[in-house]
Design a protein around this ligand. Structure first.
Ligand code: HEC
Ligand code: HEC
Length: 451
């Protein structure tokens, strides 16, 4: 239901021509349709997938199944109660490529409904093929997070939605006005905005509508939930052993809070767990960051620095400027993690075996490492069990994809385990003995799609 007007489609062609872009003919047989960059499915295919995933009652009033009513109400702004009209508008805008500077990228390019609402890339790629420094988290269940982005720099979905449109390496609009101008004369959108918010097209309206749509993307119905509700056989014996390790020897639960009332598996806090820390001189970066932010500390500036520069690695420090937050990132939700790789803020880990290997060796040692991270001495069997447990957190709607991802990841882990370090894991060597101070920053992670 994307409103279309002949005039604006012509307008898009003109922008594309002026910027030197060649738009492929739409619906090229066997090829990507116009502007479906970076492997994203065409909007029509995504809409169809979305319809199947969400079914008819996606905009039913009240909290979604398995979400506490009071928590749900607390997460929704007073001025943006969910209505079917707002959700419908937000859905159209989520797929709206005209909102990007050259008409090629939408939210759905990087948070693709056919790819578990992410892009399956290490780091995201926006207009003109520009690479960011961060991995795209899924938009599934983002509505339930207390703050948005890896560093928590946005307080809610509304504020978050306004950032990528203006980010130079994502959707690249020079200003809010320029973004609004791309759709404000479209009669279809005028009508939808009037019905949803009783006002013409505004930037705040775009943000609010997209947030309303994202609140329909709740995926919390997994084998693990049936297990929690008392069906012991809903998950395998290995996964049950993994759950015990998660809460015990492997210490995952100290950050990944996971229970009936807090179903995401995150404490919504920030920790330096030593991801890629060896490759960065944190002190030098922190000095650069303070200089850059003293010149301009606006949200747009912060967003651009976080996504598009080496300062990305400073994580939460960029928001609070507290030294204790250097290299700290938001504890990821663990829902659907089997299908949303690659992992971590920089997409540096390809499999859940890599992730557990990372924790098993106590992370990458650095001066700001969280006290909760140390070598775990997990055996190979225990690693497999923790991984088996993580794969039980995937919503049933993706059961087939989850099983396939587990096979693909296991095959990969049989031949490559780049983060495995037995000497560190078993504490034959201690983390600080490996620490390299002042090493030169590494290049951005290599681009590749998980098979
Ligand atoms: C070019 C790819 C790209 C585009 C386009 C894009 N995003 Fe993202 N998105 C990302 C990346 C990368 C991050 C992580 C950035 C960070 O945390 O600093 C992210 C983070 C998010 C988050 C935070 C989730 C969490 O777990 O904290 C939400 C929600 C989100 N995007 C929604 C959107 C919406 C809505 C749009 C369209 C207005 C959009 N994105 C456009 C790549 C993209
Ligand atoms: C000290 C807190 C802490 C502990 C303990 C911890 N985590 Fe994490 N976890 C985090 C943070 C913070 C991130 C994001 C870090 C980043 O990207 O730099 C994360 C990321 C992840 C991710 C990646 C998710 C994604 O979508 O990219 C997985 C999977 C994960 N953790 C699983 C585990 C498991 C399994 C354990 C136990 C073996 C564990 N964590 C222990 C804090 C923790």
């Amino acid at each position: 239901m994307i409103p279309r007007s002949g005039l604006l489609i012509l307008g898009l062609g003109a922008i594309a021509a002026a910027s030197g872009w060649v738009l492929a003919a739409p619906d090229t047989p066997g090829g990507a349709a116009a502007g479906d960059l970076h492997g994203a499915a065409a909007p029509d295919a995504q809409m169809e997938a979305l319809g199947k995933l969400l079914g008819a009652d996606a905009t039913a009033p009240g909290a979604p199944a398995h979400v506490d009513d009071a928590i749900w109400r607390a997460l929704i702004r007073d001025d943006n109660a969910m209505t079917p009209e707002r959700v419908a508008l937000g859905r159209a805008l989520y797929f709206e490529r005209r909102l990007s500077a050259d008409g090629t990228v939408s939210c759905a390019t990087c948070h693709d409904a056919t790819r578990h609402f992410t892009d399956k890339r290490n780091v995201s790629e926006g207009i003109r093929g520009q690479l960011g420094r961060r991995n795209a988290p899924t938009t599934m269940n983002a509505a339930l997070l207390r703050v948005q982005f890896w560093d928590g720099r946005s307080k809610d979905l509304e504020e978050q939605a306004g950032q990528p449109i203006l980010n130079p390496v994502e959707m690249g609009q020079p200003s809010r006005e320029a973004a609004v101008a791309t759709i404000k004369d479209d009669p279809g959108y005028q009508e939808m905005f009037r019905k949803a918010y009783g006002e013409p097209v505004t930037y705040a309206g775009i943000e609010r509508a997209i947030a309303s749509f994202e609140r329909t993307l709740i995926f919390l119905d997994a084998p693990f939930d049936r297990f929690l509700r008392g069906d012991a056989d809903a998950i395998s014996p290995d996964a049950r052993a993994g759950w015990a390790l998660f809460n015990g020897k492997a210490r995952c639960a100290s950050c990944h809070t996971l229970n009936v009332t807090l179903p995401l598996g995150t404490d919504n806090r920030f920790h330096n767990i030593g991801v890629a820390a060896h490759a960065h001189d944190f002190e030098a970066l922190a000095k650069q960051a303070l200089a850059a932010l003293s010149a301009d500390a606006s949200m747009e500036k912060l967003d651009a620095l976080a996504v598009a520069t080496d300062l990305s690695e400073l994580g939460r420090f960029m928001v609070t400027r507290n030294y204790s937050d250097i290299g700290a990132f938001k504890t990821s939700q663990l829902r659907n993690v089997g299908v949303t790789g690659p992992y971590m803020h920089d997409g540096s880990m390809q499999t859940l075996w890599d992730v557990v290997d990372h924790y098993n060796k106590g992370g990458e040692d650095n001066r700001y490492l969280d006290g909760g991270i140390e070598a775990l001495a997990l055996s190979e069997q225990e690693i497999d069990q923790v991984v088996a447990f993580l794969f039980t957190l995937t919503d049933d709607r993706f059961a087939g994809d989850n099983a396939a991802a587990m096979t693909t990841q296991r095959d990969r882990a049989m031949t490559t385990r780049p983060f495995r370090d037995e000497a560190l894991a078993q504490r034959k060597v201690l983390g600080f003995e490996r620490r390299v101070e002042g090493a030169a920053p590494a290049p951005a992670p290599k681009q590749e799609n998980t098979p």
